[in-house]
Design a protein. Structure first.
Length: 387
C-alpha cells in the first residue's frame, strides 16, 4: 500500500481525455516503433502524420494512460474492456481462445501498446503505469482475465510482474513474433509465489472488493499446466548441450566456445512451437538469432521453397549480424519443434564487456554464411547485403 502511494506521489500517471493527448500518445508510439525499432510496416502506421493510430484507441471501454507530459511522453499503455462475446469474435485467433472453456461468460481486459522510452526502461515507470491503470479501471469495472502480448525479449520481465504464457500460438508481426499472455484477476496466490511487485495493487483491490468473485480455477489450471517456454539460464544451457550433442551437424556449437553460449543462455529462452508457427516473417526487422534444438522448419521466400532446417541449424543470422533491415525470407515450423531464441542485445553487451567474445561470435556466424553460400551459390542472393 505504501509503495502504491509513493508511486502516485512521485510518478504521476495521467489518463488521456483530449484529442491533443491522444495524438501525443500516437506520436510517441511512432517514435518507438519507427525511430527506435525500425518497424516501418506496422499495420496501424500513418507515415504522413507520423503516428500509429488504431480504431481501438477510441470508444466505450477504451482507456489510454501515459507518464511525462503531452509534450514529452515517457511511457504509455492502452487498456480495453471487452464484452466477452465481441472479444471472442474479434480476437479468437490472435489469443488462441479455443484453449479456454466458457470464456464468453467473462469480462475481459486487454492491455496493449505498452511502451516506455529507452532511457526509462527498467525504472519504476513500468510498475507505476500498470498499477495506476488497474486502480482507475477497477473503479468502473470488475474484470476476470487480462490478455496481453509481449516481444520474446521481454518475457522474463512480464513473468516477474505476474503475467504468464498459456500455450497460445505466437503472433507473427514485422518486428518478430509476439507471445500471448494472461493474468487472472483473483489469482493472488501466483503473485505471492513469485513476489510480484503488483501484489500490493491486487491486494488493495481485493480489500475494496474490486477483484473477480468468479471461480476462475479452470483458467488458472491452463496457465499453470503450460510448460512450453523455458527461461531458466542453467536449464537452457543444459538443453543446448544435450540436444545438440545428438545433432548430426550443429552450425553454431561446433565453432563457438561453450562459455559464450552459456552467456547467451542467460538472456535467451526456449520455446515450443506447433506446425505452422511463423518464427521469422519475410520483411520483418527483428534481430534475434534462432537455433533449432528439436524439430524441422522450412525457409520460404514468398511461395518459393528455399531449404529445410533441422536440429542444430541456426537461422536469422543476417539481421543478427547487421543493423535492422528487412528479413529476406520467412521461416515456418513444419513439425512440433523446440527453438532457442538468442538475443541481439546480448551481442551488443558483449561488444562492450568482452570484445574478444563478440568477435568470436561474428567470426562464427560469418563462417556459417560463407559455408552456406559455398554449398549453394543461389543462396548468395539472400546474403548479398552482408558484403
Amino acid at each position: 500500500m505504501i509503495l502504491s502511494q509513493l508511486l502516485k506521489l512521485f510518478l504521476p500517471v495521467y489518463q488521456a481525455k483530449t484529442e491533443e493527448e491522444l495524438f501525443a500518445i500516437q506520436r510517441f508510439r511512432y517514435e518507438i516503433c519507427v525511430s527506435e525499432q525500425k518497424d516501418k510496416k506496422h499495420f496501424e502506421i500513418n507515415h504522413e502524420k507520423k503516428i500509429i493510430e488504431s480504431p481501438e484507441d477510441k470508444g466505450a471501454g477504451t482507456y489510454l494512460f501515459y507518464t511525462g507530459s503531452s509534450e514529452n511522453i515517457t511511457g504509455t499503455i492502452r487498456v480495453n474492456i471487452w464484452d466477452s462475446v465481441e472479444f471472442y469474435k474479434q480476437k479468437a485467433n490472435i489469443y488462441s481462445l479455443n484453449l479456454f472453456p466458457n470464456i464468453k461468460n467473462l469480462k475481459i481486459l486487454e492491455t496493449n501498446y505498452f511502451m516506455v522510452t529507452p532511457i526509462k526502461r527498467g525504472s519504476a515507470i513500468t510498475l507505476s503505469l500498470i498499477s495506476r491503470a488497474l486502480d482507475i479501471i477497477a473503479n468502473e469495472h470488475i474484470w476476470d482475465i487480462n490478455f496481453s502480448t509481449c516481444v520474446p525479449g521481454l518475457i522474463k520481465s512480464y513473468y516477474r510482474l505476474g503475467l504468464r504464457t498459456y500455450g497460445g500460438q505466437p503472433i507473427a508481426t514485422p518486428v518478430g513474433f509476439l507471445l500471448p499472455l494472461i493474468i487472472i484477476s483473483n489469482d493472488l496466490d501466483h503473485l505471492k509465489r513469485i513476489n510480484s511487485p503488483w501484489l500490493p495493487t491486487f491486494a488493495a483491490l481485493k480489500k475494496r472488493n474490486r477483484l473477480s468473485q468468479k471461480d476462475l480455477s479452470a483458467f488458472i489450471h491452463i496457465a499453470e499446466g503450460y510448460r512450453g517456454i523455458e527461461t531458466d539460464p542453467e536449464a537452457i544451457f543444459k538443453e543446448i548441450e544435450n540436444s545438440l550433442s545428438q545433432a548430426m551437424n550443429s552450425d553454431l556449437t561446433s565453432i563457438l566456445p561453450a562459455d559464450i553460449l552459456e552467456r547467451f543462455s542467460k538472456t535467451g529462452f526456449v520455446l515450443d512451437l506447433d506446425p505452422g508457427s511463423v518464427v521469422v516473417q519475410e520483411g520483418g526487422v527483428d534481430q534475434d538469432l534462432f537455433l533449432i534444438l528439436d524439430g524441422v522448419a522450412e525457409v520460404r521466400k514468398g511461395n518459393q521453397y528455399i531449404r529445410t532446417l533441422t536440429k542444430g541449424d541456426i537461422f536469422g543470422e543476417i539481421n543478427f549480424l547487421n543493423e535492422p533491415s528487412n528479413r529476406t525470407a520467412s521461416v515456418i515450423v513444419t513439425v512440433p519443434s523446440r527453438i532457442l531464441i538468442l538475443r541481439k542485445t546480448t551481442l551488443k553487451r558483449l561488444e562492450t564487456d568482452s570484445p574478444q567474445d563478440a568477435l568470436a561470435v561474428y567470426k562464427a556466424l560469418s563462417k556459417i554464411v560463407i559455408e552456406r553460400i559455398f554449398r549453394n551459390p543461389m543462396a548468395s542472393r539472400y546474403y548479398g547485403k552482408l558484403f
